[in-house]
Design a protein around this ligand. Structure first.
Ligand SMILES: Nc1nc2c(ncn2[C@@H]2O[C@H](COP(=O)(O)OP(=O)(O)O)[C@@H](O)[C@H]2O)c(=O)[nH]1
Ligand SMILES: [Mg+2]
Length: 574
């Protein structure tokens, strides 16, 4: 049923792998895709991933820096996979603990992991248990419990037989009994027997006593533990600070010792240890304008990355989580792909064709203004620009671009460029089809040997289906070299909705099987947000595309590239 299972180190060494019987396709492609688009891009909050016809589930073992990946056909619903992957992990760790503890890639590589038999045994167990759980045939009335009941047993007697009344009501005791019953095939009977001859009140009393006794035992354990640690600390002349209390969830001593939890380091991090710090981090990110959904996903991803990791003695949970989050943020902002517009323009030049950039986004975000700034930057770098006025909708849009064209030409007069204006406007007024104007402009630029065509488009809300379709058509027909999404740095949760819907529209209306989606982002009005720089994270996280330009004001010089480290330090600042 499984296509493959593989265990590899985070450094990329494959320790062991299994390929299902009859599976001929290599699983390198899907595993590489998982590494590229999930693990390396800090999106490991969710533990499943789909690649073409395959479903992949994975688990990170942070203590030994390993990744476990299982793949199976998407159409199958294998309910046992999550537990199975846990079982394999535990088994593999137990069996090769010594080998895994050896440091160094070469040592890891030289070991022989003969795991096939164990794996098959675990797989058989998992498949059998899932079969056992699957519902069999429907019970007949005779087989059902109802058929065993007499009419008398169904009549409720108030103040009558107390044991009967107890079994009729669903109170805490019966639940507890039911829980205990699970552990033994005749569990229910055992409890009944243990309480034979007792009234309901006596049973409650007995349960309370048992509860108190257990708590006291727990307290004794903790006190002993504290004494042992204190003794050790005295012997070692060491301040008793680095103690972790593995206080059980819901334990009555959680409050008393809970406050120490944030201060001290633990041996191996658990989700519970991190929960409160992660909650704070999530709120902090949201306060910095990161979309709430993204903040949660990021924190989940950090938790997955740290779970099971052994912390250094002098580090606290808070500082470990903070560092991991910081790394993730830098990683997200780091461009995954080279965007070097100047080089790409030169390459297009050598092919004797203009390099085409389309700008899109919602209304008033700064598409036209930043298009003008980018024109200025291109001119300064010695290229000629044709601006295609494809916002045929908003009054004044064409005039706004003409003003920019005049100003840019006055900054770089034609006399300095062999009598030719360095920037020209291609416009057909208002109300016409934008896709057609863009196409004419590109043809004109090719004829007149312009280096770059910058296509301005009308702003549109992501929910306006006809306008989104028109934009998708403009892009599908003209196939620009670069599709830039222009978004304000002021935007919060909206960023996700805008980008998802723009990309969706481009995908839905594309005529090709490899649709042109957003290739890059222009983040505008960065000068107005102080340190609330979260939109940069939301936008890059959602698209996986880089922020190509950052608009920092209203003059031609106010255009920057993104400094990932500066943005992250602004994000982490309290
Ligand atoms: N402070 C600041 N204002 C900007 C920036 N970019 C654009 N704007 C302003 O935002 C407003 C809308 O810009 P416009 O280019 O017309 O937006 P469009 O509708 O997307 O084309 C104008 O007043 C611009 O001056 C920026 O980076 N910083
Ligand atoms: Mg505009």
């Amino acid at each position: 049923m499984l296509d493959f299972f593989t265990i590899f180190s985070k450094g990329g060494i494959v320790l062991w792998c299994f390929q299902g019987a009859g599976v001929t396709e290599s699983f390198t492609g899907p595993v590489n895709a998982l590494i590229r688009s999930v693990i390396l891009q800090e999106r490991s909050g969710n533990n499943s991933y789909t690649h073409e016809a395959l479903s992949l589930k994975y688990k990170l073992d942070n203590e030994f820096e390993l990744i476990y990946v299982v793949g199976f056909q998407k159409i199958l619903t294998l309910t046992y996979v999550d537990k199975f992957i846990d079982d394999v992990q535990l088994h593999f760790r137990d069996r090769y603990k010594n080998e895994l503890e050896q440091k160094g890639a070469l040592k890891l590589l030289n070991n022989n992991y003969e795991f096939e038999d164990d794996f098959k045994m675990l797989l058989r167990e998992a498949e059998d248990s899932s079969k056992a759980k699957s519902p069999g045939h429907m019970r007949t009335f005779k087989e059902s419990e109802k058929s065993q009941k007499t009419v008398k047993s169904m009549i409720e007697t108030k103040g009558g037989d107390k044991t009967k009344e107890r079994s009729g009501k669903k109170n805490k005791n019966t639940k507890k009994e039911a829980d205990q019953g699970k552990t033994s095939s005749s569990g229910q009977k055992m409890v009944e027997n243990g309480n034979q001859g007792l009234t309901a009140d006596e049973i409650v009393q007995k349960n309370i006593e048992e509860f108190v006794r257990k708590r006291l035992d727990g307290l004794k354990g903790i006190l002993l533990y504290i004494s042992a640690i204190s003794l050790l600390c005295i012997v070692n002349n060491f301040p008793p600070l680095f103690v972790e209390f593995s206080s059980k969830k819901g334990g009555s001593f959680g409050g008393m010792f809970g406050m120490l939890k944030g201060l001290v380091g633990s041996k191996s991090l658990t989700r519970e240890d991190m929960e409160s710090v992660l909650d704070k981090m999530r709120d902090h990110l949201i306060a910095k304008n990161v979309a709430a959904e993204i903040a949660s996903q990021l924190c989940d991803s950090v938790a997955k990355k740290l779970e099971g990791k052994v912390m250094g003695t002098f580090t606290t949970v808070a500082s470990t989580v903070k560092l991991a989050l910081q790394d993730s943020l830098v990683q997200i902002l780091q461009p995954k792909r080279r965007v070097d517009i100047l080089r790409d323009v030169m390459e297009a030049q050598s092919q004797r064709r203009p390099f085409v950039i389309t700008f899109c986004g919602v209304n008033g975000v700064g598409k036209s203004t930043n298009l003008a700034k980018i024109s200025f930057w291109l001119i300064e770098n010695g290229f000629t620009v044709l601006i295609a006025a494809c916002d045929t909708f908003r009054a004044g849009a064409v005039e706004q671009l003409r003003t920019h064209q005049r100003r840019l030409n006055s900054l770089h007069p034609p006399e300095q460029h062999g009598g030719r204006p360095v920037v020209q406007l291609y416009e057909k007024g208002y109300g016409k089809d934008a896709a057609g104007i863009a196409m004419e402009a590109i043809a004109y630029a090719r004829n007149q040997v312009f280096d770059v065509v910058l296509v301005d488009t009308a702003g549109r809300m992501q929910d306006n289906a006809p306008l989104m379709t028109a934009l998708a058509k403009l892009i599908a027909v003209n196939m620009p070299d670069l599709v830039l999404f222009v978004g304000e740095a002021l935007v919060g949760n909206e960023a996700v909705d805008q980008l998802v819907k723009f990309n969706q529209a481009l995908a839905d209306h594309s005529m090709s099987d490899r649709p042109r989606l957003i290739d890059g982002i222009v983040l505008t009005k960065f000068d107005t947000i102080d340190d609330k720089v979260g939109a940069a994270i939301s936008m890059t996280y959602i698209t996986g595309q880089p922020i190509v330009f950052v608009g920092t004001g209203q003059t031609y010089n106010d255009l920057r590239s993104l400094n990932a480290r500066a943005v992250v330090s602004a994000l982490m600042k309290a």
